[in-house]
Design a protein around this ligand. Structure first.
Ligand SMILES: [Zn+2]
Length: 291
């Protein structure tokens, strides 16, 4: 009897190790798992250094937010950097201009159109797959209905990015939802969408920050250079926006970025291509260049 117990005690750990090994072998045969491991590893070696810069007070000109919103200045006002989640539902300051994408019935904000066209063309060029949109803009009623159907899966009305026209759920033939990452198109999107101004809005292991589990199919437009910084630093949109110190100016490549608060914003007079977006937390993010 004692002998049997001793054998059993020795066998149990060995069997457990075997099971773990089999599971690991199975997992590492999955293209999505392999991609995640490889891409996470590669992403760690990337960097996107943002240098704080000070501008001479003489060139910093106050520009009234109201004038920017009314289109009285050369500044483009959009909502590409707005944070929309359960903590910050869509506020009155956010503006969205919906466009029917190539007459397909897919609605997206006008800032997204050209960039999505470029991304989908690149996906097709590199993988041969045509990118489709499963879910695009949703109005309040649709979001309410989805929320009532399944409160665990759909976001609260007003807290879904799909109500902004800046987010798209994409897929390719045979690979949608969680399976999207098993396709080369899904992997291409996850690795390269930042080049076209998009981010994977709900990354793996960031649910404690975003409130939403990993969604490799949900892309959100934020624009360059923000998408590049977010991807290369491995951040969420929450971390990126809140990490921008109020009133400071940051330089990244030939872009300048500043998060400010108040009724007027201080913008250097030699800036070109200026875009201002409310961040939906009560501040504004200015993006500009000096050419
Ligand atoms: Zn989505």
């Amino acid at each position: 009897m004692r002998n049997k117990n001793t054998i059993a005690k020795k066998l149990i750990p060995a069997v457990l190790v075997m099971i773990v090994v089999i599971i690991m072998i199975e997992l590492f045969h999955r293209p999505d798992v392999l991609f995640i491991v490889e891409n996470t590893w590669q992403q760690k070696s990337l960097s996107a250094e943002m240098k704080k810069v000070n501008f001479n007070k003489n060139i910093l000109k106050p520009v009234a937010v109201l004038d920017i919103k009314k289109g009285k200045t050369a500044v483009i006002y959009n909502s590409t950097l707005s944070l929309v989640n359960a903590e910050y539902p869509i506020g009155e300051e956010l503006v969205f201009k919906l466009v029917d994408y190539k007459d397909t019935g897919v609605l997206m904000d006008e800032s997204v159109v050209d960039n999505y066209a470029k991304l989908s063309a690149e996906v097709e060029k590199h993988t041969g797959d045509h990118l489709f949109v499963m879910s695009h803009y949703r109005n309040d009623q649709v979001q309410k209905a989805l929320y009532e159907q399944d409160k665990t899966k759909a976001a609260l009305p007003g807290a879904s990015e799909h109500q902004t026209g800046l987010a798209l759920d994409v897929y390719v033939s045979n690979y949608a939802g969680a399976g999207f990452l098993k396709s080369s198109a899904g992997q291409f999107v996850n690795k390269n969408c930042w080049k076209y101004g998009f981010i994977i809005r709900y990354p793996l292991f960031k649910k404690h920050i975003t409130g939403i589990r990993f969604e490799p199919w949900h892309i959100r437009y934020v624009g360059l250079p923000h998408s590049e910084i977010i991807y290369k630093k491995g951040l969420t949109l929450e971390e990126y926006i809140k990490g921008l110190e109020l009133g400071s100016y940051y330089k990244f490549k030939n872009y300048y970025i500043s998060r400010q608060q108040g009724e007027s914003l201080l913008i250097p007079s030699n800036f070109t291509g200026i875009v201002v977006s409310p961040d939906n937390t009560g501040c504004y993010i200015i993006t500009g260049r000096i050419t």
